[in-house]
Design a protein around this ligand. Structure first.
Ligand code: MBD
Ligand code: FE
Length: 250
């Protein structure tokens, strides 16, 4: 029968790398320098190992997981979710006078289009400078640009906040150096994160990107999928993001 899973997967990776080395005629010098590069993580930046793995492979595991779902398109969770955020009714706390106002609204339904009453919707995103509360020195209060909403009987929600900005992954270590050597940039397009929890349904984690926004076509972590790109509306100077969620039953 089948070999053990570790051997099956790891040995396939080894063979794939060998094939790439042969195809590009990798030299001894290049091989030694690649090993040296990996040593750099252990020596100076072990904390960048997850960053580097996520940069190349998180979207891949995500796509694999998504194959077994039928609801609306899910997306990467990213590293900045916080559980302990305020329950909000209609607005998130924002830095006053900064950024463009935005309303996010939509509906939470099941696969048959019926509203999912009692669902919990977490929303989090960056400030107008691309920073997340709790992860920068001027915004410790987790109420900024974060909140948890309770979905009512009709399944709809609407919350006021401001438009987030593109974000760079940390690039002052080996991961950034590698991207630079490759001629790639460390930016993610501006985005809003969502997490929906409801009894009887699979947890639904997703993101929204803005049509025409910078880096939507060149996300460094390659996490953008067409159904996640939304055209921002404009109602009397307020940007409008419509984001609906279709949940998969558990
Ligand atoms: C982010 O804000 C993010 O959403 C992802 C997926 C990776 C790095 C930073
Ligand atoms: Fe993010």
């Amino acid at each position: 029968m089948s070999k053990n899973r570790v051997d099956e997967v790891v040995y396939d990776i080894v063979k794939a790398v060998r094939e790439v080395m042969a195809r590009h005629d990798v030299t001894y010098e290049e091989y030694r320098s690649a090993v040296g590069f990996l040593m750099g993580y252990a020596d100076a930046a072990p904390f960048e190992i997850p960053l580097s793995c996520d940069l190349w492979f998180n979207a891949t595991v995500h796509d694999i997981e998504m194959k077994s779902r039928q609801g609306s398109t899910t997306a990467l969770e990213g590293p900045y979710f916080k559980e302990e955020v305020p329950l909000v009714r209609d607005s998130l706390k924002v830095l006053e006078g900064q950024g463009e106002p935005m309303i996010i609204r939509g509906k939470v339904t099941d696969l048959q289009g019926r509203p999912v009453e009692g669902a919990e919707l977490y929303i989090w995103h960056s400030d107008p400078d691309g920073f997340y509360s709790g992860f920068c020195d001027y915004m410790e209060d987790l109420a900024y640009y974060r909140g948890r909403l309770k979905i009512g009987a009709d399944g709809t929600y609407a919350v006021r906040t401001s438009v987030p900005a593109p974000y760079t992954i940390p690039h002052d270590g080996p991961t950034g150096r590698l991207l630079e050597m490759m001629g790639r940039h460390p930016w993610r397009p501006a985005h809003v994160h969502f997490r929906v929890r409801a009894k009887g349904f699979l947890e639904h984690i997703t993101q929204a990107y803005f049509d025409g926004g910078d880096y939507v076509d060149s996300d460094c972590v390659e996490g953008v999928r067409p159904p996640l790109i939304h055209a921002l509306g404009n109602e009397q100077g307020v940007r409008v993001l419509q984001k609906d969620f279709v949940l998969d039953p558990r």
